[in-house]
Design a protein around this ligand. Structure first.
Ligand code: GAP
Length: 454
C-alpha cells in the first residue's frame, strides 16, 4: 500500500466514523479548515486533557486561558509584524501559489503534470519573483476598518503567556523556576495547506513557557526535551516513529531548538518544538509596554529577566499523529463452515485507552430474553464515568469490527450465560482476546485499564 493510500484511508475513516469533516463541506469546503465530529471532538479533548494533566498537575506550572485577540502592539513586540512571513511565488502558467522554500516537496499545480514537483516549474522559469507574505489574519475591532482598530488573530498562544508573566507570578506567588501553560486556537494564513490536519489555517496549540534563571537554561532545556518525548511514548506512540531534529539555523531570539518529529505516511514532520527563547520575549514586551518585567530572587538577591524554555505542541497535529500511529489494517484468516479459509481485513485504530473516544461498547447478543435490559443497565451505570456506546444491530462480529475502526478498546457482550451467572464477556480490541467477568466488576475492571498512568 502506498503512503498516499494510507493518508487517504485515514481521511476516509475520519469521515466515515465521525472523526473529522471538511469545514463547510456542503458549500464545497474551506481550504485548510476542518471540523471535528462526534468521535474527533472526544479524541481531541482527551489529548488536551492528557497534556493538561501532565503539564499543570505539578507544583511548578500554572495554567491560563488568554484571549485570542490581543493588543496590536503585542505583535510588534514579538516580531510577528516584521518577521512572521513566508516567501511566496505564483506560477504564471497555472496560477497556483506556492511557498518558495518548499518547492522540492510540493506538487506542481497543473493537473496535466501528474507527479511533477513545483521545483521543476521554477527551474523552467514559470514562477514570479518571491515576495514575503505575512501569515497573520488581520481584522478590525469595532465598526470602522481603519489602521487604529487593527487586530490580529493570534498565530501562537505563547504571547498570551508572556504578557501575563507579572500577573501570574504575583497571583500564584510562584518562584522561579516555574511555568505557565495554555491550550488554545491559533491561526495562520498558510500559503499552502497540506496533508490533511498537518498544516491548516486554524488549529489548536498546547504551549508551556518555563521561566528560569539564565544560568540554568541548559539544564531545563534538557529536562523538558526528555519529558515531552516521554509523554508521547506514554500515550502509545511507537518509539521508531518519533525522533528529535535539531535546528541548525536558529530564529534570531533562540539559543537552542529541537523538534519532535513523527513519521507520517507522507514523511517526517514536526509535531512539537522545544525552544530556548532566551529573555527575548519578556525583554521586548517590557520595552514596548514600558512596564518592568523581571524577577527578583529574594534568596540570592539577584535581579534578572528570566530565560524561557518553551514546549509548543499542536493539539490538532498530534491528533493526526495519534491517528496515523494507531491506524492498522490487519489481515485475518477466517475459517468457513465448510472447512475452507478466506481472508478478511480488520481495520483498527489502536488508540491508547486513555485517549480513545469511546471506552467501551455494550452489546446484547440477541434482542430478547432480557439481554437488552441487562445491557442497558450496564450502559447506564458505566456512562456516569466515561463514554460508552450501545449497539444491538447486526451480528456481534460486525459490531466488533465497527468498534475496532472507532478505536474502542473494550466490547462487553451480554449473552445466555449472563442470564445464569451474571457474567459478561469483555473483548479487547488489539488482541481480540476475551475474558469472562462478573458484570458487577465491569466498572473497576475498565477504569483500571483506562486510567491515566501518572
Ligand atoms: N510558540 C512557538 C510556536 O508556535 P511553532 O513551531 O510555530 O512554534 C508549534 O508551532 C506547533 O504548533 C507545531 O509543532 C505544530 O504542531 C503546530 N502547528 C504550527 N503551525 C501549524 C499549522 N499551520 N497547522 C497545524 N498545526 C500547526
Amino acid at each position: 500500500m502506498s503512503k498516499t493510500d494510507i493518508t487517504e484511508k485515514i481521511v476516509s475513516l475520519c469521515k466515515r466514523r465521525g472523526y473529522v469533516f471538511q469545514s463547510s463541506e456542503i458549500y464545497g469546503g474551506l481550504n485548510g479548515c476542518y471540523d471535528y465530529g462526534p468521535l474527533g471532538v472526544e479524541l481531541l479533548k482527551n489529548i488536551k486533557e492528557a497534556w493538561w494533566r501532565e503539564m499543570t498537575y505539578r507544583e511548578d506550572v500554572e495554567g491560563i486561558d488568554a484571549a485570542i485577540l490581543m493588543h496590536p502592539r503585542v505583535w510588534e513586540a514579538s516580531g510577528h509584524i516584521d518577521n512572521f512571513s513566508d516567501p511566496m511565488v505564483d506560477c504564471k502558467e497555472c496560477k497556483a501559489r506556492f511557498r518558495a522554500d518548499q518547492l522540492t516537496d510540493t506538487d506542481c499545480g497543473n493537473k496535466g503534470y501528474k507527479g511533477r514537483k513545483a521545483i521543476k516549474c521554477m527551474e523552467e522559469g514559470k514562477f514570479t519573483e518571491a515576495r514575503n507574505f505575512n501569515l497573520m489574519f488581520k481584522s478590525y475591532i469595532g465598526p470602522l476598518e481603519e489602521s487604529s482598530s487593527v487586530v490580529y488573530l493570534r498565530p501562537e498562544t505563547a504571547q498570551g503567556i508572556f504578557v501575563n508573566f507579572n500577573n501570574v507570578k504575583e497571583a500564584s506567588r510562584q518562584k522561579i523556576p516555574f511555568g505557565i501553560a495554555q491550550i488554545g486556537k491559533s491561526f495562520r494564513n498558510e500559503i499552502n495547506t497540506k496533508n490533511f490536519l498537518f498544516r491548516t489555517r486554524e488549529f489548536e496549540q498546547m504551549e508551556m513557557q518555563f521561566f528560569v534563571n539564565p544560568n540554568d537554561d541548559n539544564k531545563w532545556f534538557e529536562y523538558w526535551k526528555e519529558k515531552r518525548i516521554e509523554w508521547f511514548y506514554k500515550y502509545g506512540m511507537k518509539k521508531e516513529k518519533l525522533k528529535f531534529y535539531e535546528h541548525e539555523k536558529l530564529a534570531h531570539y533562540a539559543k537552542a531548538a529541537f523538534d519532535i518529529e513523527y513519521e507520517f505516511p507522507f514523511g517526517w514532520g514536526e509535531i512539537e518544538g522545544i525552544h530556548n527563547r532566551t529573555d527575548f520575549d519578556l525583554k521586548r514586551h517590557s520595552e514596548y509596554s514600558g512596564k518592568k518585567i523581571e524577577y527578583f530572587d529574594d534568596q540570592t538577591k539577584e535581579r534578572f529577566i528570566p530565560y524561557v524554555i518553551e514546549t509548543a505542541v499542536g493539539a490538532s497535529r498530534s491528533f493526526f499523529a495519534f491517528l496515523c500511529n494507531g491506524f492498522e489494517e490487519e489481515e485475518l484468516v477466517k475459517e468457513n463452515s465448510d472447512g475452507s479459509t478466506s481472508k478478511e481485513v480488520r481495520t483498527i485504530l489502536r488508540l491508547h485507552p486513555a485517549l480513545a473516544p469511546i471506552k467501551a461498547a455494550v452489546f446484547p447478543l440477541v434482542n430478547k430474553d432480557g439481554m437488552p435490559e441487562i445491557s442497558k443497565n450496564i450502559l447506564n451505570d458505566l456512562k456516569n464515568y466515561f463514554k460508552v456506546f450501545y449497539d444491538d444491530s447486526g451480528a456481534v462480529g460486525r459490531r466488533y469490527r465497527r468498534q475496532d475502526e472507532c478505536g474502542t478498546p473494550y466490547c462487553i457482550t451480554v449473552d445466555t450465560q449472563t442470564l445464569e451467572d451474571g457474567t459478561v464477556t469483555v473483548r479487547e480490541r488489539d488482541t481480540m482476546s476475551q475474558e469472562r467477568i462478573s458484570k458487577d466488576n465491569l466498572l473497576s475492571y475498565i477504569t483500571e485499564k483506562i486510567k491515566f498512568k501518572i
